[in-house]
Design a protein around this ligand. Structure first.
Ligand code: UD1
Length: 420
């Protein structure tokens, strides 16, 4: 299995271009199942997770044309051959469950292997199922699968107990072809929800309110093909913002939507990092003197993203003074802490609260990427740590970051990849 070897890299500098959003493209790919016409997606990131979704769509019956060099995907599903998402794919990538809504809407049936536990908590799908039930589907569970069936879905009023991103997307994709009006309340407001709604509306759906806590969907009889460019990845953007900050560097990041990274920018500014720019680029400059600590609490958008918690914590470990991080979105999303402590950080956990005693000398060590964002946090820590850091199980990182090593090298990072 491949590893990254990262050496202390000094201040990063130069420019880096962010790819299309992983968390936007995956539901949009699933949404292409809603029509028998062809769909063209641009600004698609070249990622393992996108490969897995291509595999899943093929197993369902889609023709998939991959042109990642051109960051393009062509998808067409004339006929649905299988309504199933098998265990081998769901276990590789939880986002596989996002085909459930489209399959149910198009064929009246979907059968999905239950995702089960994963490294960042239990991650149930009860809210997805609550939505499908309210739209008129019968739900049955057994043998590790969950099956939804309906003769015809009908519009409904649905209140989500928590603004789950995946449940909002899945229910929205089911409701677009339902008879009548669906009102979804207390939904996720993430930019990826807005991107999905924009794509669905281009296909002929009637969705209003995406990006607020209430979405109204007027069901339509059928959808047509559409062409769409995926939004920039705000978590990749945030990760490069931290790369600049943790090395006390100064980096220009291109292809960003500054609004989407406001919470991360606000917290970095509190620490003394300067962030400016206009249009679709920003400069993150941490070269100008002493940085101070701050506290962070993760929340659904527009709060501080849970997907940036581990990277920000790695940065806080390098800043003089104590910080507190509270994770409220996922249980058990602190797997990186033990690894950061092995690199010299001093972080204690009490339930969902992490207490960081900043400013300790970080030293390279052999560490393990336990999940995608935890792996990114260790790589960032490695850039700042004395000596050499060896990260194993980097397939987690490569699931979600396009050309992670190449982009960091372009900024002057000393990172290489070895096959074990
Ligand atoms: C998506 C993102 C992931 C991000 C997360 C939160 C994708 C592909 N992944 O994951 O990177 O970390 O949003 O921003 O877009 N929950 C329930 N019942 C449900 C569904 C969720 O209790 O039916 C809980 C989860 O256990 C978790 C919380 O809600 O504690 C948030 O999960 P959710 O927003 O659904 O995350 P995902 O869509 O899985």
């Amino acid at each position: 299995m491949a590893k990254f070897i990262i050496k202390q890299s000094g201040a990063l500098s130069g420019e880096v271009e962010v790819s299309g959003s992983k968390n936007a493209v995956l539901p949009i790919m699933a949404a292409a199942l809603l029509t028998e016409d062809g769909c063209e997606l641009n600004d698609v990131p070249a990622l393992r997770d996108v490969d897995v979704m291509c595999g899943l769509l093929r197993s369902i019956g889609s023709e998939v044309g991959e042109d990642y060099g051109g960051n393009r995907l062509l998808l067409q599903t004339r006929d649905i051959g299988s309504v199933e998402a098998p265990y081998e794919l769901v276990k590789k990538m939880r986002a596989s469950i996002l085909v459930m809504g489209p399959l149910l809407a198009r064929t009246g049936k979907a059968r999905i292997s239950l995702p089960g536990g994963c490294a960042i908590g239990a991650r149930p799908i009860n809210l997805h199922l609550k939505g499908f039930r309210a739209l008129g589907a019968a739900i049955e569970e057994g043998n590790g699968f969950v099956e939804a069936t309906a003769d015809r879905l009908h519009g409904s009023n649905i209140y989500l107990d928590f603004p789950s991103v995946g449940a909002t997307e899945n229910i929205m994709m089911a409701a677009v072809l339902a008879e009548g009006v669906t009102i979804l309340e207390n939904v996720a407001e993430e930019p990826e929800i807005v991107d999905l709604a924009n794509f669905l509306n281009k296909m002929g759906a009637r969705i209003k309110g995406a990006g607020t806590d209430t979405i109204k969907i007027e069901g339509v009889g059928s959808l047509k093909g559409a062409r769409h460019s995926v939004i920039p990845d705000r978590i990749e953007t945030g990760t490069f913002m931290i790369a600049a900050a943790i090395t006390r560097g100064s980096v220009v990041i291109r292809n960003v939507v500054p609004d989407h990274v406001k919470p991360v920018a606000a917290k970095l500014r509190e620490c003394g990092v300067s962030i400016d720019g206009g249009g679709d680029s920003m400069r993150v400059d941490a070269s100008g003197g002493r940085l101070v600590s701050t506290d962070v609490k993760t929340l659904p958008y527009p709060g501080f993203p849970t997907d940036m918690q581990s990277q920000f914590m790695a940065f806080l470990a390098t800043v003089e003074g104590p910080s507190v991080v509270i994770e409220t979105v996922f249980e058990n999303r602190y797997m990186h802490i033990g690894e950061l402590n092995r690199m010299g950080a001093s972080i204690k956990i009490e339930g969902s609260i992490a207490m960081i005693e900043g400013g300790r000398l970080m030293r390279g060590a052999q560490v393990l990427a336990t999940d995608l964002r935890a792996g990114a946090a260790l790589a960032l820590a490695g850039l700042a740590a004395e000596g050499s850091t060896e990260i194993s199980e980097i397939y987690h990182i490569e699931r979600g970051y396009s050309d992670f090593m190449g982009k960091l090298r372009g900024l002057g990072a000393n990172i290489s990849r070895i096959e074990d």
